[in-house]
Design a protein around this ligand. Sequence first.
Ligand SMILES: [Ca+2]
Ligand SMILES: [Ca+2]
Length: 284
Amino acid sequence: MKTSLQRIAWLLVFLFILDGSFTPPLFVEAQAEIQGAYIYTDSSTYFPGEQVSFHGRDFAPWVSVAVGLWMGESFISPIAQIEANETGTFDSSFSLSQELSTGLYSLRANSQMGSAETTFALAPLSPGILVVTFQMQGASLPINYTASFLLTFFASGTSSAFATTTITCYSHSPTSLAGSFSLTSAATGLYDLQLKEDRALSALQTGVVVVTGTTTVDFNEQRVGDANGDDVVNILDFALLKASFSKTTGQAGFDPRADFNGNRIVNATDFVLLKTNFGKWGPL
Ligand SMILES: [Ca+2]
Ligand SMILES: [Ca+2]
């Protein structure tokens, strides 16, 4: 293989000499660089859904490189077609599909003048415990109220959601404003997590690594005022609050969505909370 490549290279040299465009030092230098071309990833183990950053070094300058994913001798999928820069390097990344089976994979980079390969393990997902902590803005002791959350798991760095969970819980106990809930079989991996309470603007935590043991993510204060649940606090929410103003639970016209502090009455306190966040939108 190498012999025939060398024959082609010298044939090209001969043709370039004939047409006068040959510059021997550059060509020889590029050819020397190909011999040690290599590709590597940032980690040797990944989980399904995780982002894999990879880097090529010592390829020929400006050479076109096809990067593909392999498992043993089976070709899985193309990853990228990249042009090396003037120093013969390239950097890129891709997401590991949730559908891939676990095992040992290789990333192969092929150019017309050389190739390189690196391997990594795709580890199985094993459930972990995810504890989410939060505090509802404006809630005051000693009330307890029901908060309903939608928790979305995104592949880190992307907008592709592959899991959502709905949780209803009490936002706090009589002795603490802090609320929490737990998912006991959360898929391990690297995620961006988005939390949306019915009356609050959504909140995003990026780069969360859910491990096999217990992972705690603190979403801090949930900013309320989104009565209609469209993730923006604006005039539409004010209209719902106005329609329910001074009404208490059980009374006709009482709308729990406008009761931002959860004390079972819609009044000036709820209006102040809405005003505080007016014009804001999620995710925060
Ligand atoms: Ca709204
Ligand atoms: Ca209220």
